[in-house]
Design a protein around this ligand. Structure first.
Ligand code: NAP
Length: 294
């Protein structure tokens, strides 16, 4: 390598390092103080933990899911933890009128919105694809169309506040994994839609950030129940996951990777050695614990 080439490598390396380390990365909990935030899928799992973090940071919290009793309990705990206010509305995200209704209720309650965290998912089958196209359609409505519907309804408020859209996705929304055909399709759809939206908001000079969260196996009750007998890797903690999602949103990051190594390393391998990555992924499953299709 000539001296000039070495210098070029050094300059490019320095520029890349400078770009990554100079972007505003200093999170302070006060950044969420008084922010008006919607969290979907907050009756359990990562969404519930996000509600508690936001409450401790003194945000105004507006949560939704189907189970009203659970939502009431989460709201009560949010108030105990110090939320500026806490509200809920119960219903199902397979109904787009309900998705719009959630945003309308938040507008009535807060008169505006600073952050929209889209996190809910419908019941997901985990196993060989059984040809059930109705399941794909249903999951597309809950995991994807309701996200788009809520975003459309919330955008005027977010443009006004210079706010944040935070989309909780999965490694399965970046890299196909076995036994999650419908779920994976819905998560890939999120990447396409919200990636395009991010471009267009920037091109039109709207100060609304879009953060896509790429999440690995997390220790929520649902995930542990459904996949722990099949996936060899241990789950990462939901509390920390929830905090990283909130941090990424308020810092206006393009993407969040949690757990970092479990998501970032497969993505680095993906474009250079896809067959190798596929074989690594398949080795991560105890397939003897998966039921064969009829
Ligand atoms: N846990 C993981 O290993 C993992 C890995 C990668 C990505 N993620 C992502 O992280 C997010 C949260 O996952 P999680 O593990 O925390 O899930 P979870 O504990 O099962 O929570 C899902 C939430 O969605 C709600 N929900 C379910 N069906 C709904 C419907 N039809 N309408 C409205 N709300 C509905 C549930 O409440 P109700 O039952 O009360 O409606 C619950 O609050 C998801 O986007 C998931 O894809 C999780």
């Amino acid at each position: 390598m000539s001296a000039l080439q070495k210098l070029a490598v050094f300059v490019v390396g320095f520029a890349v390092a400078f770009y990554f380390y100079s972007t505003s990365d200093k999170f302070e909990p006060e950044m969420l103080n008084g922010k008006r935030v919607i969290v979907t899928g907050a009756s359990s799992g990562i969404g519930e933990q996000m509600a508690y973090h936001l409450a401790q940071m003194k945000s105004h919290v507006f949560i939704t899911a189907r189970r009203e009793e659970r939502l009431k309990q989460v709201v009560a705990k949010c108030l105990e933890l110090g939320a500026a206010s806490a509200h809920y509305v119960a219903g199902s995200m397979d109904d787009m009128a309900f998705a719009e209704h959630v945003v309308a209720e938040a507008w009535k309650t807060f008169g505006g919105l600073d952050m929209l965290i889209l996190n809910h998912i419908g019941n997901t089958s985990f196993g060989y694809f059984d040809g059930n196209v109705d399941h794909i359609r249903k999951l597309m409505e809950i995991n994807f169309l309701s996200y788009a519907t809520m975003t459309v309804a919330a955008l005027p408020m977010l443009k006004e506040s210079g706010g944040n859209i935070v989309v909780v996705s999965s490694l399965a929304g970046k890299v196909p994994t076995p036994f999650t055909a419908a779920y994976s399709a819905t998560k890939f759809a999120l990447d396409g839609f919200f990636g395009t939206l991010r471009h267009e908001l920037i091109l039109q000079n709207f100060n609304v950030s879009v953060t896509l969260c790429v999440i690995s196996f997390i220790d929520t009750d649902t995930a542990v129940r459904v996949v722990s007998k099949v996936i060899r890797q241990p789950p990462a903690p939901k509390q920390e996951c929830a905090l990283e999602i909130i941090k990424g949103g308020i810092l206006r990051k393009r993407e969040v990777y949690y757990a970092y190594e479990a998501t970032k390393i497969p993505l680095l391998i993906r474009d250079w050695a896809p067959e190798y990555l596929d074989s690594l992924i398949r080795m991560n499953y105890n397939i003897e614990n998966i039921k064969n299709p009829e």
